[in-house]
Design a protein. Structure first.
Length: 249
């Protein structure tokens, strides 16, 4: 039973969607390298990335369900094929933003910090070998949205194997890769617009969330064939997005 005001009339709901998680790899290392010299630098870097990625996700009909300093979870409703395509398109564009904009920006901040330490003659300069990289994952299935409210704010916490799996896959794949579950891969493989792209993916089996899982992964953004410009359907675009959400348990 809820003990927080405003929760008594709220009920958990179940829905199906494709879930995309975009993760900044090694962000704790970036924070460590930049933090001692200027704690704001790492935060500026993360904000710069998410300020570009969030509009991309929303323009493709994605509902942002969780945000942390180093990762973003987005849900895409619609038909299984359509939502898989839109999640993949978002991942590709997010990786492109990271590769084109954030890798150079991270290098500049690390170089700037190194010069400051060298000039001052004190402290240990940051390693410019530390780089900005991302990885992503897509899973598809049902989740339970558990409402939370303190009487002033409303949030939803997503629980279930689908979201747990997308977090596990993102950590399992290498930087600059996107991993997808087997059902998502089959939908992408069977689509004429993404056949050339999917042919580059590697299929493998991993133990994730305590069970063997078949996934496919591909390195991004170095792609020969771009994902087609998929727009959100009227139904998925008109769905009411959540105000904010927390990371699943």
């Amino acid at each position: 039973m809820s003990t927080r005001p405003g929760e008594a009339d709220l009920e958990a709901s179940e829905f199906e969607a494709a879930f995309l998680l975009v993760d900044i790899r090694g962000f704790s290392r970036i924070v460590y390298e930049l933090g001692p010299h200027n704690p704001r630098r790492a935060g500026v870097l993360a904000r710069s990335f998410w300020s570009k990625v969030e509009p991309i996700a929303k323009s493709l009909g994605g509902d942002i369900y969780a945000w942390q300093g180093d990762c973003l979870l987005v849900a895409y409703r619609g038909t299984p094929r359509e939502r898989a395509l839109r999640a993949l398109k978002t991942a590709q564009e997010a990786h492109a933003v990271a590769w084109q904009d954030l890798v150079p920006q991270c290098w500049e901040l690390l170089t700037e910090a190194a010069h400051e330490v060298q000039y001052a003659g004190t402290g240990q300069p940051p390693s410019r070998a530390t780089g900005f990289a991302v990885s992503s994952a897509i899973s598809d299935g049902s989740v339970i949205a558990v409402p939370r409210s303190d009487g002033k704010r409303y949030t939803e916490e997503l629980t279930g194997d689908t979201v747990n799996l997308v977090f596990s896959i993102t950590k399992a794949v290498a930087p600059w890769h996107i991993g997808v579950t087997k059902p998502v891969y089959e939908r992408l493989k069977g689509d004429e617009f993404t056949k050339a792209l999917v042919d580059q993916w590697e299929e493998r089996s991993l133990v994730l969330c305590g069970a063997p899982r078949n996934i496919a992964s591909v390195k991004l953004p170095m792609l020969d064939s771009p994902v087609p410009d998929i727009k959100a359907s009227t139904a998925s675009a008109s769905a009411s997005p959540p105000s904010v959400s927390s990371v699943p348990a």
